[in-house]
Design a protein around this ligand. Structure first.
Ligand code: WTA
Length: 653
């Protein structure tokens, strides 16, 4: 189910097409012929794109496809960090800026060139080696959005140690379960970071997490805020002690193209997050190619700002690996959009001359809510392209983004992809493809997206169905860490032979693609994936709760918001604070992003005769819609009663 579906549905039949921008047509990195060329021989197309990388040992085999696991460039060898950093320095671009770092506190900025990055990554790689990390070992990274987070990722990549970056907003428990699942023995963190003006604690969460992770031998801690932290002798090391004293050179080793680069945990339909595995050669090919084509990147002059967190896949692919492979200059901003004023973002755009801005609809809606006066106060004329990612963008937000931020001159690329796909899969190409407000338009060259019905047959124009990918692509996940069976079951079992993404989509009358959002029990809250099962699991772990059912309800700002329905145990202590303590409890178990917007305590949950909770009806209740079909329920009165309760419940924030 998705947010804004009605608005999108209404627009599907309206003609609001923006032709390719004339400013781009003349100078775009690619032209329309690329679609046919790629379709004629996708494997050859990807082999050609792989030449964007520097291979230590060139590949001779492009693709081996043992469904569902692909091997791309199998006999090639390369080093990811060399591709991201060293090779740019080697050709004389050492002085080029890799990152303009903008800390949340005003004036806290750093400029990091490719040469700086090369030195820092070499030192950090040497430090990790001193800590005993070697190729294949997993390293957890739990950091704020600071340059050391990028350095840590690249240092791991350089020595072939897959990193597992855990979003800094996750709780100690969530961190612990991820450390344990990937069996990380080293954790890189910071004392804390700046969030909404205050110094948040990260090391304190690491300490709590490590009580459950006895096998972790070393913790490397960046001093960011200067807050007090406790240190465990022998285990904990300050970054400035250990890293700074290392040699700033490091001889990089080559790794096979399929060497694991990282694991990124994401929510599926069960309570346990999945460790999505990405490998080196195919992933880097995919992100370098898409970053160049979709954003029409001109590395010499562009300043790209992917306003996402490094703790999510968007940060991995389009703050770190894509831009660095392409030798681009990026902005890295630590804080929230209104730190130091609601025009903070626009100040950054103006000050650094940002040319390409890429963010999530939820942020666009928030910025929109704050009013046009904030962007209007700044010169945004440097912008030439805008991107959207993470959830369906409602046409209203799209139009605002185009008009107010893009001055009606910047194309908008609405990019559909997932943690599992590694990089962008569907999007308009600037200067080539027309755009429509809310549509991802079409699959990228070399990608075979389809919309199919229950039997896996392609639907016609004007029809909806499931979004699938028919053929392998270089950035596709190579599996779920430690659980190959779940990989097959999750992505390759619902529909025969194709990758099933979990999203619903529609082709409009022109055959253009509209992604409508998840059709499974995955919620999308502010562009963050959370499973209903994960939140239910947290709720039933509370001593007062007997049963819980969680749904994602439409929300004007966050896309979806979490609404929970709980029944209490007979011995539960019920007081006025119970609802709030249930919300806090979920926040503590998973992280603040998982706190339900609303918790409704009810005597019963609506169930079918086979005992299944009818979430569909609860979603109707949560959104205060007319209830759908209740005939399969054991007792339709239950849902009517919950509906009544909901109508009289005070709305939470
Ligand atoms: C949703 C984020 C509509 C979708 C890169 C997908 C989108 C999930 C779009 C993946 C888009 C992402 N239009 N929906 N342009 N982009 N989604 O793994 O439901 O955090 O399955 O990756 O976000 O979220 P993930």
């Amino acid at each position: 189910m998705t947010d804004h579906r009605d608005e999108i549905e209404a627009l599907l039949h309206e003609d609001r097409t923006f032709a390719p921008s004339p400013a781009f047509v003349a100078q775009a990195n690619v032209d329309a012929s690329i679609y046919d060329a790629a379709a004629a021989d996708p494997v050859a197309y990807w082999a050609e794109q792989a030449e964007r990388l520097t291979w230590g040992v060139p590949f001779t085999s492009t693709l081996e496809w043992n469904r569902p696991v692909a091997t791309w460039f199998g006999d090639g060898q390369l080093n990811a960090a060399v591709n991201c950093v060293d090779r740019h320095v080697a050709v004389g671009n050492g002085d080029k800026v890799a990152y303009y770092f903008v800390g949340e506190p005003d004036g806290d900025t750093r400029t990091i060139t490719y040469a700086d990055l090369a030195r820092e990554v070499a030192k950090a790689a040497n430090a990790l080696t001193e800590l005993g990390v070697s190729a294949g070992d997993r390293v957890a990274i739990y950091m704020p959005m600071i340059p050391e987070a990028v350095v840590a990722m690249l240092a791991c990549a350089r020595i072939g140690a897959p990193h597992s970056v855990v979003f800094g907003g996750f709780s100690a428990d969530a961190l612990a379960s991820r450390i344990l699942d990937a069996d990380c023995r080293v954790v890189i963190t910071a004392d804390g970071g700046y969030r909404r003006g205050a110094a948040s604690g990260l090391k304190v969460n690491v300490d709590a997490a490590l009580e459950q992770c006895p096998l972790v031998t070393s913790v490397l801690v960046v001093r960011r805020t200067g807050q007090e932290v406790s240190f465990t002798a022998g285990r904990d090391h300050w970054w400035h002690d250990l890293v700074d004293r290392q040699s700033s050179t490091h001889a990089a080793q080559l790794f096979p193209a399929e060497h694991p680069l990282y694991v990124m945990y994401t929510s599926g339909t069960t309570a346990k997050p999945k460790g999505i595995l990405h490998t080196t050669g195919g992933y880097l090919t995919h992100v370098a190619t898409t970053h160049s084509m979709v954003f029409d990147l001109k590395p010499a002059t562009d300043v790209v700002w992917t306003a996402a967190d490094i703790g999510w896949v968007t940060g991995h692919s389009y703050i770190v690996y894509g831009p660095l492979c392409n030798g681009a200059t990026s902005v890295l901003y630590e804080g929230v959009p209104d730190a130091g004023g609601r025009d903070r973002w626009w100040r950054i755009v103006e000050e650094y001359g940002v040319t390409i801005l890429y963010t999530a609809p939820t942020t666009i809606r928030t910025l929109m809510k704050w009013g046009e006066e904030h962007p209007e106060r700044h010169d945004l004329s440097s912008l030439r392209l805008l991107g959207s990612v993470g959830e369906p963008i409602n046409p209203e937000a799209w139009m605002w983004y185009r008009r107010v931020i893009g001055g009606d001159r910047c194309p908008i690329v609405d990019t559909w992809w997932q943690t599992e796909t590694g990089g962008i899969m569907a999007s308009p190409l600037p200067g080539v493809t027309a755009t429509k407000p809310g549509a991802a338009m079409r699959a990228l060259p070399g990608i075979s997206i389809d919309v199919v019905d229950d039997d896996g047959r392609s639907v016609g124009n004007g029809e909806g169905g499931f979004l699938v990918v028919r053929e392998p692509w270089p950035g596709m996940t190579r599996g779920i860490w430690g659980d190959p069976a779940r990989f097959v079951e999750t992505y390759f079992s619902q529909l025969p032979g194709v990758y099933f993404a979990g999203d619903g989509a529609k082709r409009d009358d022109d055959g253009d693609l509209w992604v409508l959002g998840r059709i499974d029990d995955v919620m999308n809250v502010s562009g963050h994936r959370l499973s209903t099962a994960e939140v239910e699991h947290a709720l039933v772990a509370h001593p007062a709760v007997a049963e819980a059912a969680v749904v994602g309800a439409s929300d004007a700002t966050t896309g979806q918001a979490i609404v929970a329905f709980v029944t209490l145990r007979l011995d539960a202590v019920v007081d006025d604070d119970l609802v709030e303590s249930l919300r806090l409890h979920v926040g503590q178990m998973i992280g603040p992003i998982a706190k339900p917007r609303q918790v409704l305590i009810t005597p019963e949950l609506p169930k079918t005769r086979s005992g299944k909770i009818m979430r569909r009806l609860l979603r109707d209740v949560a959104e205060q819609r007319t209830l759908g079909d209740t005939t399969t329920l054991v007792d339709p009165a239950v849902v009517a009663m919950i509906d009544e309760l909901m109508r009289s419940a005070p709305a939470d924030d």
